[in-house]
Design a protein. Structure first.
Lengths: 260, 64, 224
């Protein structure tokens, strides 16, 4: 009896739940609106926890003294910048495969936040490098790859901005995002190669001093905070994009009248 | 990690410029993005109100 | 007509059209030479420094010249409607796209390969380094045409023009630059260029197989 009930439940879940419901901009708009405060809230809480770890739990580093505390921003920002690019490319692929407008809108909504985090990673990388290795910029594999990732984000945004037709802008951006994501491992590998070849006096930034567990925990908490923030920001942005793109449709008109 | 005083905390072992420079710029950028998000939403709502009021609006058209 | 014949026909058409517009072709070549000559003027004539920089400078100049030439790839066919007609033919687009890119490389890439040794001599590169430079460009410039074609296809008829294509395409060029200039470096330092050249070769094969499909998709997106 339990077994048959189980199958029936599963079947209802698979066929009864309307997966395409949330692919409609109208439904997603409302859903996103309800979710956004929760994600901002989670981000704030996690950030507070992370900062507490960063400044009050993590001990002074033997070699780098207090300057190392920058990693609690630098590393999470770097991780998230790459993660967001991959998610962006995934939305692009879904959009091209299923021809769903909303998927493309999500990709466009993620790009500015990803670009901002990439810039943060570069900026904090420079400020960390100067006291630690004596130079504002080191051409190590990770920082150089981050720089190129920044260009990839900018290229995506510039291309979409240059195209007036929304459909063409969606699809062109999607293509360049996918081409970019395929190239990221190639670029990273080639930059690593280039870096080891020219290893002069520079010390690799990736060979960080052996980390106390608490440092890693701090970075993970901050990374989670950044993730929650990125989701909140992207959902907020996508709502504005939905309004702009769907402004001629009935559900928007009805919503405006309901609010008036 | 115990700081002996707030002054010591802000001093950051002499690296105040780098540490606070990083955290401050990040905070500014995040605040900036949130501000831009609100402006974006405001502009989108204005566009929608104009559309509902005056009928279909194209991509770059100005209403009369 | 089979595929090879189609490529042949497209190739001949492109070459004839390029011959009529010789100015465009020569401009790109002169740009290559001028840019490469700017570097010594910028950093000083110290021969040791120039010899170290030479491979990289020639390669960067080749990159920039390649990018400059991308505008010609689809623009005129797009403007007069030929591109639409080509897409409407029963031939799979990857076939004539390959033909177009091959023609582009012959017209914009090969001249660079031929002139590069002269520039290399200006930088004091050794004989072996010059040879490696030529081989690396031989392997790398087709990749520049292939990847560049994606950028050209995506930006058909757009305002941004050449700058937008640069922003899109230059990050993708970076691995080619690293291995190309690295090969010359390897030859000069004695560490050998084989690894770099084999990697360049692999990238070329990969690009040759994959990019025409991306270009085809990009053209469809731009034209619909």
């Amino acid at each position: 009896m339990g077994g048959i009930g189980g199958i029936a439940d599963f079947d209802r879940m698979m066929n009864g739940f309307n997966w395409y419901k949330y692919a409609s901009p109208a439904t997603f708009y409302t859903l996103a609106g309800r979710l956004i405060p929760w994600f901002y809230g989670a981000a704030a809480v996690l950030c507070a926890a992370g900062l507490y770890i960063a400044f009050f739990l993590a001990p002074t580093d033997f070699q780098q003294s207090e300057a190392y505390r920058i990693i609690f921003i630098h590393v999470p920002a770097a991780w998230m910048s790459m993660f967001i690019y991959i998610v962006m490319a995934a939305w692009a692929a879904i959009g091209l495969a299923f021809n769903t407008r909303l998927s493309f809108m999500m990709a466009s909504a993620l790009a500015p936040t990803g670009a901002m985090l990439t810039f943060v990673s570069l900026w904090t990388g420079a400020l960390w490098g100067k006291p630690t290795w004596g130079a504002w910029w080191v051409w190590d594999a990770r920082l150089t790859s981050e720089l190129i990732l920044f260009f990839l984000y900018l290229g995506f945004m510039a291309l979409q901005a240059a195209i007036d037709d929304p459909r063409r802008a969606d699809r062109a951006g999607a293509l360049i995002a996918l081409v970019g994501v395929v190239n990221v491992p190639i670029i990273y590998f080639s930059v690593k190669w280039w870096n080891t070849l020219h290893q002069g006096a520079s010390i690799s930034m990736t060979k960080a001093p052996s980390m106390a567990a608490i440092m890693l925990e701090g970075m993970l908490v901050m990374a989670l905070a950044a993730w929650m923030y990125a989701i909140a920001a992207a959902l907020s942005r996508v709502r504005s994009i939905i309004l702009e793109r769907e402004r001629n449709s009935q559900w928007v008109a009805q919503m405006m009248e309901a609010e008036a | 990690m115990s700081w002996n005083s707030w002054t010591e905390f802000f001093h950051m072992g002499g690296y105040a410029f780098y540490v606070w420079g990083s955290y401050a710029v990040t905070a500014v950028l995040i605040a900036g993005e949130i501000l831009l998000l609100r402006t974006h939403r405001r502009k989108a709502l204005e566009l929608v109100r104009r559309t509902v009021k005056y009928g279909k609006v194209g991509n770059n058209e100005e209403t009369a | 007509m089979n595929m090879l014949q189609i490529v042949n026909v497209v190739l001949r058409r492109e070459l004839i059209l390029a011959m009529r517009r010789r100015g465009d072709v020569l401009t790109v070549l002169f740009f290559f030479v001028i840019v490469a000559s700017l570097f010594p003027l910028g950093v000083g004539p110290d021969p040791k420094l120039l010899r170290l920089m030479g491979g990289g400078v020639v390669w960067v100049s080749a990159l920039l010249a390649a990018m400059l030439s991308l505008g010609r790839l689809f623009a005129s066919d797009y403007a007069d409607g030929t591109l639409e007609q080509l897409i409407l033919t029963p031939t799979p687009p990857v076939v004539w796209i390959t033909g177009k890119i091959l023609a582009h490389w012959l017209v914009s890439g090969v001249p660079l390969i031929l002139v590069a040794p002269i520039l290399g001599v200006q930088f004091g590169l050794s004989g072996e380094a010059l040879l490696v430079l030529v081989v690396s460009l031989l392997l790398g410039t087709p990749v520049l045409s292939l990847i560049g074609a994606i950028g050209a296809a995506l930006t058909l008829g757009l305002r941004g023009g050449g700058v937008l294509v640069s922003l899109l395409v230059l990050p993708l060029y970076i691995p080619v630059l690293i291995f190309g200039a690295g090969a010359v470096d390897g030859a000069m330092s004695g560490l050998g260029a084989e690894a770099h050249l084999s990697l360049l070769g692999s990238i070329l094969i990969l690009a040759f197989i994959l990019t025409p499909w991306a270009v085809s998709a990009a053209l469809r997106i731009s034209i619909e």
